[in-house]
Design a protein around this ligand. Structure first.
Ligand SMILES: [Zn+2]
Length: 354
């Protein structure tokens, strides 16, 4: 991380530069933070108008003092210090600004901003061109008439499965060793199809998609799809991209249910059970998974988790920019998330000591 290690006077003469590929674009949300800032690495932030003004003033020619004079001509010393901190701490750490002072001291982010995600060990399996080609085929599953028919089909097959399936322990013991590989393969295909659900929705609405790959989310192995281009879409389209993975995974499971109906198999039954078991946790809004992003997009509150982090530090600044009704949703979300995380922590502690 960078820090203000040189005197304020020295920094005032440094010319900050924006990294190539930094973009400001309109953002559909419920707050007055209506601008989306996109870094070269594809990371996005919903930012306040005051920060937009600062970024627009950084033109690669003005030094810090001239930028501050443009933004706040009648400033106090405290405001001047805060603006220096924003430019040379906050924006540098975000990977937005880079600079070099007269003694050659570099100011640049030492941490790749995308690596701050909870997802680590990103191994691409399908490059962006391949993802785009496949998503262009599957995007037709989002034509409203086709989508409604398929949703009814998926719900019907799940109801049939719920009525006719038995508890998995009854067939888990009857799957021979080698057959477990078939179970893993079928589950893997359902999870991969899930990721193409996100990218196909994003492609349908004109959003840019990156790679699909394999990574580690905290400690769990997962597939991931890069749909950061969806941030530039309207809220309702973003919400469909969020649920697209569940939609595609349910369709894949429906095909397995039909397969199992035509040719009953313990391995296929187990694959259906495992795939279905992952659907509900995926919809929890308390972790940054599909349910979290759906809640975030449907309410137009893009930073629920950081608002919660600020609340823990008694900082209400992230909440005040929302209307009273949305503030109630935020407080409710923060309360439920705190209860959820506390319960997990207590369960882990009890498990650890017993
Ligand atoms: Zn998903």
């Amino acid at each position: 991380m960078s820090s203000l290690s040189t005197p304020r006077e020295g920094l005032l003469h440094v010319v900050p530069h924006l990294f190539l590929g930094i973009e400001l674009s309109p953002f559909d949300s419920s707050s007055n933070k209506s601008t989306l800032l996109t870094s070269e690495s594809g990371r996005n932030w919903a930012i306040a108008p005051a920060l937009v003004e600062i970024i627009r003033a950084i033109d690669g020619h003005r030094n810090t003092q001239q930028i501050i004079e443009v933004i706040a001509p009648h400033r106090s010393l405290a405001i001047e210090l805060r603006l220096i901190e924003i430019i040379w701490n906050d924006l540098v750490d975000m990977g937005i600004v880079v600079g070099c002072d007269e003694v050659g001291l570099q100011y640049s982010s030492k941490q790749e901003s995308a690596s701050r995600s909870a997802l680590s060990l990103r191994i691409p399996l399908f490059p962006p061109r391949c993802v785009l080609a496949i998503s262009k085929v599957f995007q037709y599953l989002y034509i409203p008439a086709i989508a409604w028919v398929l949703v009814v089909f998926a719900i019907s097959t799940q109801i049939y499965w719920g009525i006719h399936s038995t508890w998995p322990s009854t067939y888990a013991t009857r799957i021979a060793g080698g057959r477990w590989l078939a179970v893993l393969l079928l589950v893997g295909i359902a999870y991969l199809f899930h990721e193409f659900g996100h990218t196909s929705a994003c492609t349908r609405f004109g959003g840019k998609c990156g790679a699909i790959g394999f990574g580690i989310y905290w400690v769990y192995p997962v597939f991931f799809a890069d749909v950061t281009g969806a941030w530039k879409l309207p809220r309702m389209q973003r919400a469909i991209v969020d649920l697209g993975g569940i939609y595609f995974q349910c369709l894949c499971v429906s095909l397995l249910i039909i397969w199992n109906y035509l040719k009953p198999s313990y391995a296929v039954s187990m694959a259906i059970f495992i795939s279905n078991a992952s659907l509900l946790p995926n919809l929890y809004p308390f972790l940054k998974m599909d349910g979290y992003w759906f809640l975030s997009d449907i309410t137009g509150i893009p930073n629920l988790m950081s608002i919660l982090e600020n609340l823990i530090r008694f900082d209400l600044s992230g909440i005040r920019c929302y209307r009273a009704r949305l503030q109630s949703i935020i407080y409710g979300y923060c309360l439920l998330t705190s209860v959820f995380i506390s319960n997990i922590a207590i369960a882990l502690f009890i498990g650890f000591i017993s």
